[in-house]
Structure formats: structure tokens, C-alpha cells
Ligand binder design. Structure first.
Ligand SMILES: Cc1ncc(COP(=O)(O)O)c(C=O)c1O
Length: 396
């Protein structure tokens, strides 16, 4: 059909990079058409199902007519109160559910909409690299802001080194995204680092958006902190996606300083209507299982499965000579590509040829090059099979 309208995308759309994951998806589809059985350790989406306790509540709640209407974009009162209570029992921080909490349609929505509330064209946003791509693209570039990539280097335990950022950049920064436990590196942040980040934010007048969706995805006895335990003048995002294996249900929350929450609520009130009420109710049920900072049984069971998989993968990788550190948190394993490989994308293509899908580090920004990310989203027997395939093509 002849298309008579001359389509021109907005400049901000043209600033978005080609989506590396689309290329991987196409390669995967091609292999599947050829009948190759692929083991995907690529996408960070839990393969375990949502706990029954939460699903049963959702099924009950969906039948009530009042849960079938529009929700409010900032979240229902009982949902905000459940988040308030969770922060109290989990992190020992007090918040006011009326003014300092908002529902999010998942953390991703919060990451993007917080930028709309605070970033003017040309403003600098400090984005960790490697990092969740939405900070740089969906949030900063779609607000006509300027992402400044803050390198997360292995020699600094994948933590930003504030001293190396030019003060002229820091002075122009409006927001900084931080994410620990970290996707993709699996790194964690000690409280002393968070204190330093908060001090820099105060000295240079920027807001920290602490993206904390892996706060419960921690192994052994490590308990992840909240940035708000250090200082409540920032904003923290979290969601039910990872802790309750609920990625498809789209429910998260933002907590922080009243004036920051006011900004995101204002944006959201003009764009969305919040997570469906029956889903908010189901998440309330999950959050109510917490009685202390320790994980309740429903979360512990999920994490234990990923911990066993992590141990199997790390043991296997080191066993074939691919030296890899054990992460303390997240369901990701981040590792160097073999020395003889030139870049992460070409290496990933080679692996797809032998039926293993990983994510190239370059997909997480320029400082991710030279690495690949494994997601622990396959059972142990599949992880072992993937390792057998990998062993055949790497020469350690
Ligand atoms: C660092 C990080 N932030 C945010 C998200 C978004 O999570 P959701 O929108 O499902 O809450 C993800 C998802 O993978 C993530 O890895």
C-alpha cells in the first residue's frame, strides 16, 4: 500500500540506539526455525511461578466489582499503607503513606516517569554503565536530557568513583540512577558507599533515584540496604517483579521525599491509572508476609532455587577454566568474555550457533563491553547442558 504521509519520528526517538536485544531475538528465532534446541540464559525474567498465596489472593480479589474499576495512579490507600509497613519492618524506616509513597506500574515505569518530573532539555543525568538501559534511553533521552555515563569498573567493585567525575558535570546533574544489588554485574553496595553518594548529591544538588528491585534477591546471609536508611531526601523504586516472581503483573512502588513523590505522582496522574486493584491487593498479601528484615518463607523458597543454580553455574564455569566470581545477589552472573574474543556481541552470536543464549555486555552500555551476562533462569540440568556446550568452543 502506498503510504501518503511522510512519517518523521521526533528527534528524541531518533536518539535511541538500535535495540541490541532485537538482533539477538532474530538470531534465536532463526535457530529455532532450524530446529536447534536453545538454552536461554539471556533474559532476566524469573522462570519460577508466583507463589500460590499471592495468586489465590489475586483470584479472590479479581471477582470483586470494586476491583474492576480504574485504580488511582498513585496507588490505593491500603497498597500505600502496605508499602509503608514493609519499609518499617524490612528497613526500619518510617514513611507517610499519604504523601511519601506512590504505586508504579513496575519499576521501569518509575524510572522513566521520574525523569519527566525533573529533567529539562539539556540537563545531565548520571547513568551507571554498564546499567539497565532504561536509565540512559527511556528516561534521559526521551526527556531530551543528556546521559553522562558513569563507569562501573571491576577494579572498583562495580561502584562509581565520584572523584573521577568532573565537577562541571556534577554541578549540572539533575538526577543520578543507582542500582544495587546491580543488574547486570551482581555487585552490591556497602552502606559507606551509599553515604558517600548521598554526600555528593547534597554537595552538588542532584536527586538519587535508587532502583532497588533486587533488594530481596540476596544470597546466604547478605541483607541489602535501602538508600533511604542513609537519607530520606531521595527516592527509591522497588517492585513485586523479582521478589515475588511477578514480572507480568506490573506492580511496583516509589518511596521517598514528599516533594519528589509529588513530582512523580503529578506526571503519572496525566499518563496512567496505576496497577490494577486486584494486583495491588495480591501484592499487599505478599508484602504482609514480612515480619522483619528476614525474608519470609515465600521469598526464601524462590531465592534458594536461584542460589543453587548460581552455585552450579559458578562451579561449572570455573571447572572449565572460565574464571568467574560468585555474586552475593541478583540472579545474574557477570563474566569476562574469553581473551581471544574481540567483542561481546560476536561471542554471543557464536554461542547462539551452539545453542546457548547469553546477553552481550555491550547491551548494557559502553562500559559493559568485554563481558557477558548469564541469567539464572533455567533449571540446573539445563545450566549443566549449557556448560557442556560452552566447553566445546572455549579454549582455556
Ligand atoms: C535494574 C532494573 N531496574 C528495573 C527493572 C524493571 O523491573 P520492573 O519494571 O519489572 O519492576 C529491571 C528489570 O529487569 C531491572 O533489572
Amino acid at each position: 500500500m502506498v503510504f501518503k504521509i511522510n512519517i518523521k519520528y521526533a528527534n528524541r526517538i531518533n536518539r535511541l540506539p538500535p535495540y541490541i536485544f532485537v538482533e539477538i531475538e532474530e538470531l534465536k528465532n532463526e535457530k529455532e526455525r532450524q530446529g536447534i534446541d536453545l538454552i536461554s540464559l539471556g533474559i532476566g525474567d524469573p522462570d519460577l511461578t508466583t507463589p500460590d498465596l499471592i495468586l489465590n489472593e489475586m483470584i479472590k480479589q479479581v471477582r470483586y466489582p470494586e476491583n474492576q474499576n480504574y485504580p488511582t495512579s498513585m496507588g490505593e490507600q491500603d497498597f500505600r499503607e502496605a508499602v509503608q509497613r514493609w519499609y518499617k519492618v524490612r528497613f526500619n524506616i518510617e514513611f507517610d503513606a499519604d504523601n511519601e509513597v506512590s504505586n508504579l506500574i513496575g519499576g521501569k515505569e518509575g524510572i522513566a516517569n521520574i525523569a519527566r518530573a525533573f529533567v529539562n532539555p539539556g540537563d545531565i543525568v548520571l547513568c551507571p554503565s554498564p546499567g539497565y538501559p532504561v536509565y540512559e534511553n527511556g528516561a534521559t533521552k526521551l526527556c531530551d536530557g543528556e546521559p553522562y555515563l558513569v563507569p562501573l569498573l571491576e577494579e572498583n567493585n562495580f561502584l562509581p568513583e565520584f572523584e573521577t567525575i568532573d565537577t562541571s558535570i556534577l554541578k549540572k546533574a539533575k538526577l543520578m540512577y543507582l542500582n544495587y544489588p546491580n543488574n547486570p554485574t551482581g555487585a552490591t553496595a556497602p552502606k559507606a558507599f551509599l553515604k558517600k553518594a548521598v554526600d555528593y548529591a547534597e554537595d552538588y544538588n542532584f536527586i538519587i533515584v535508587y532502583d532497588n528491585p533486587y533488594s530481596e534477591f540476596t544470597f546466604e546471609d547478605y541483607i541489602a540496604p535501602s538508600l533511604l536508611q542513609i537519607n530520606q531526601n531521595h527516592i527509591e523504586l522497588n517492585s513485586a517483579s523479582k521478589m515475588f516472581c511477578m514480572t507480568g503483573f506490573r506492580c511496583g512502588w516509589a518511596v521517598g521525599h514528599e516533594d519528589i513523590i509529588k513530582g512523580i505522582r503529578k506526571v503519572k496522574s496525566q499518563i496512567d491509572s496505576g496497577s490494577p486493584r486486584f494486583i495491588q491487593k495480591a501484592v499487599i498479601k505478599g508484602l504482609s508476609e514480612y515480619t522483619s528484615e528476614k525474608k519470609p518463607k515465600i521469598v526464601k523458597e524462590i531465592i534458594k532455587t536461584y542460589e543453587r543454580r548460581r552455585d552450579a553455574l559458578i562451579k561449572g564455569l570455573n571447572g572449565i577454566g572460565w574464571k568467574t566470581e560468585k555474586p552475593k545477589a541478583t540472579f545474574y552472573v557477570w563474566s569476562h568474555i574469553p581473551e581471544e574474543e574481540t567483542n561481546s556481541m560476536d561471542f554471543v552470536k557464536k554461542l547462539i550457533d551452539i545453542g546457548v543464549v547469553l546477553t552481550p555486555g555491550a547491551g548494557f552500555g559502553k562500559f559493559g563491553e568485554g563481558f557477558v551476562r548469564f541469567a539464572l533462569t533455567q533449571p540446573i540440568d539445563k545450566i549443566k547442558e549449557a556448560l557442556e556446550r560452552i566447553e566445546k568452543i572455549i579454549n582455556y
